[in-house]
Design a protein around this ligand. Structure first.
Ligand SMILES: Nc1nc2c(ncn2[C@@H]2O[C@H](COP(=O)(O)OP(=O)(O)OP(=O)(O)O)[C@@H](O)[C@H]2O)c(=O)[nH]1
Length: 583
């Protein structure tokens, strides 16, 4: 994979200008808070870069590609994981405007980040690729903005592409979202075509926030990160009043008081200011030591002027769980501190200590989705140099004990179907999460030659015909390989596991039966034939030291084995069966 250099936004500070703005004189009527939302790859980050360049927040150089995508994984994978914010100053018809842009991630796994950003905005730019048209996440993101009653400006991007068809995409937007086609703006973010118009329409169409500096100070925390030197840096949107350095503030969620140490704008690098005022968006450092003290959705107010808290957010709920273990137990402490540091910045990951006889001490981590898990793992490896074994992901089940389980349809149940245009159809299905979590998206993409797109949301628990499947070695159950599978899938899953084990366990002095069982019923079997590795076969003569050396080597090899019944199983065998896939 090609590695791109990480470009820190601070590096750009020398290129910025237009900073000498007295924020106290900035009327709320000339503030616009907006987000860019889109299906993945439709060009949000490219448009954000152009907007930053055109308003002078960053210089126009090739280096600026996707300035808001700060993390190395984001740059490598070309996806936005964490939302970033930038305040832009823009002159329009002789007036200066403050445009607060909040970048949002495009992938379904991070949709909770989209909703948190949206709650600090009055409008959104809904980007649609001029060739691909409306995709699954375009629809999901549209509804997030629509339900929050925001102004939605449709932007058709990539009109420079040879096979761009903006007429067709406008018709789709009119049909699916009921937005008149005349409201669409056609642009090429890459070439900068018509991007100025986007800035004008942000000013013209999106209303200013309905807030007043005369009200008591009230701010929404819409993001927070952890800085080793300063503690928590909270991104805040001011819904009323003003705040200055030295003020005593309280977080509504925990009721704890703090002193404001630092305040500022994000341009997108941090620019300290003395005060922030109603309608503005910026950052605050107030001696909080843990991101849990500045929870997303929390309300901040002045200690002497308590206010009613803002509605807040639903906490992000993990949907996919996987075990993470150090490659070697001696790396346990290092991996633990890496996981701790990474979760300081990502409060949506849940961590529980776990241990497995085969893999040793480790953790069971909960993620919002599969991509979220992969990104977390990649960050562990890149930013903390940790080598990790990740087990196959599982999804949460609720078990009803000792009663007959209800038989329900395992496959997707169709909910509705809408024709977007002559070639495209949008279908809604109810699926068991387990069916879509591993390779559904890859399969869907390859079956549709890359045309289909997919999005999902949690529809709650449903009864299903699930069973516990055991793996036996010469009749002894291997606890760490026990899994929950759907009854109809049990045979193929059992067979696959037996085959993998057969390939990973060396022959031993006796025959080994590898079996998959449901209760007392054997559903799959492989046999490993008897064989003795005679380590002395190569020593013809009687060189006793050489003999001893070889015997010692064999004994060391056995230490890496775990004995189940009379069968020695190498650690690698467990790793092969449990881990998700080869890198
Ligand atoms: N031809 C053309 N390509 C574009 C245009 N805008 C963006 N792209 C390309 O489309 C790809 C995706 O663009 P990004 O800006 O990374 O997309 P994104 O929506 O931010 O992606 P996520 O942050 O992962 O959701 C990149 O290769 C861009 O160079 C455009 O106007 N024309």
């Amino acid at each position: 994979m090609k590695r791109l250099p990480v470009l820190r936004c601070r590096d750009l500070s020398s290129h910025t200008h237009q900073d000498a703005v007295d924020l106290s004189k900035f009327p709320v009527e000339r503030i616009r808070n907006f987000s860019i939302i889109a299906h993945i790859d439709h060009g949000k980050s490219t448009l954000a870069d152009r907007l930053l360049e055109m308003t002078g927040a960053i210089a126009k150089t090739e280096k600026n590609k996707q300035v808001l995508d700060k993390l190395q994984v984001e740059r490598e994978r070309g996806i936005t994981v964490k939302a970033q914010t930038a305040s832009l100053f823009y002159s329009h018809q002789g007036q200066q405007y403050l445009l607060n842009l909040i970048d949002t991630p495009g992938h379904v796994d991070f949709s909770y980040e989209v909703s948190r950003s949206i709650s600090a905005c009055q409008g959104v730019l809904l980007i649609v690729d001029a060739n691909q048209g409306i995709q699954a996440q375009t629809v999901a993101n549209f509804y997030l903005a629509f339900e929050a009653q925001l102004t939605i400006i449709p932007v058709i991007n990539k009109i420079d592409l040879k096979n761009a068809d903006p007429d067709r995409v406008e018709a789709q937007i009119e049909k699916v979202f009921d937005i008149p086609r005349e409201e669409c703006i056609r642009i090429s973010a890459k070439l900068g075509t018509n991007v100025e118009r986007v800035l004008q329409e942000v000013v013209n169409r999106i209303p200013p926030p309905e807030v007043s500096t005369d009200d008591p100070f009230k701010a929404l925390v819409f993001d927070s990160t952890f800085d080793h030197y300063r503690g928590v840096v909270a991104n805040i949107a001011l819904f009323g009043g003003q705040v200055k350095k030295g003020d005593r503030i309280v977080s509504a969620h925990l009721g704890k008081a703090y002193e404001v140490n630092e305040l500022g704008l994000l341009r997108p690098d941090e620019r300290p200011t003395d005060r922030l005022y109603a309608g503005q968006v910026g950052y605050m450092v107030a001696g909080m030591k843990d991101v849990k003290e500045a929870q997303i959705g929390d309300t901040l107010y002045l200690q002497q002027q308590p206010v009613e808290a803002l509605p807040g957010f639903k906490p992000a709920k993990p949907m996919v769980f996987a075990g993470m273990y150090p490659m070697d137990q001696s790396e346990y402490t290092g991996l633990r501190s890496a996981i701790e540091r990474l979760t300081l910045n990502d409060s949506s990951v849940t961590v529980q200590r776990d241990s497995s006889l085969a893999l040793g001490a480790g953790w069971r981590l909960g993620f919002l989705g599969l991509l979220h898990m992969e990104v977390f793992n990649q960050r562990l490896e890149q930013e903390y140099n940790a080598s990790v074994i990740v087990t196959a992901p599982t999804v949460p089940y609720k078990a009803v004990l000792s009663s007959a389980k209800l038989i329900k349809n395992r496959r997707g149940v169709q909910k509705n179907m809408v024709y977007i245009d002559d070639h495209r159809v949008m279908m809604k299905y109810l699926f068991p999460l387990n069916e879509i979590v591993v390779d559904f998206y890859d399969l869907l993409k390859s079956m549709s030659s890359g045309y289909a797109s997919f999005d999902y949301e949690n529809a709650g628990y449903q009864a299903a015909d699930l069973i516990k499947m055991d793996i036996l070695l010469n009749g002894r159950s291997v606890e760490e390989l026990t899994t929950i599978v759907h009854r109809e899938r049990a045979y193929s899953a059992g067979k696959a596991m037996c085959e993998k084990l057969k390939d990973s366990i060396p022959r031993q002095m006796f025959e080994i039966a590898v079996q998959a069982a449901i209760g007392s019923k054997i559903i799959a079997r492989e046999t490993i034939k008897a064989y003795r590795k005679n380590v002395l076969a190569k020593c013809y003569g009687g060189d006793i030291t050489r003999k001893m050396k070889l015997l010692k080597k064999q004994a060391e090899g056995k230490k890496k084995m775990r004995r189940i019944g009379n069968v020695d199983v190498p650690k690698d065998a467990f790793i092969n069966v449990l881990k998700r896939k080869d890198k």
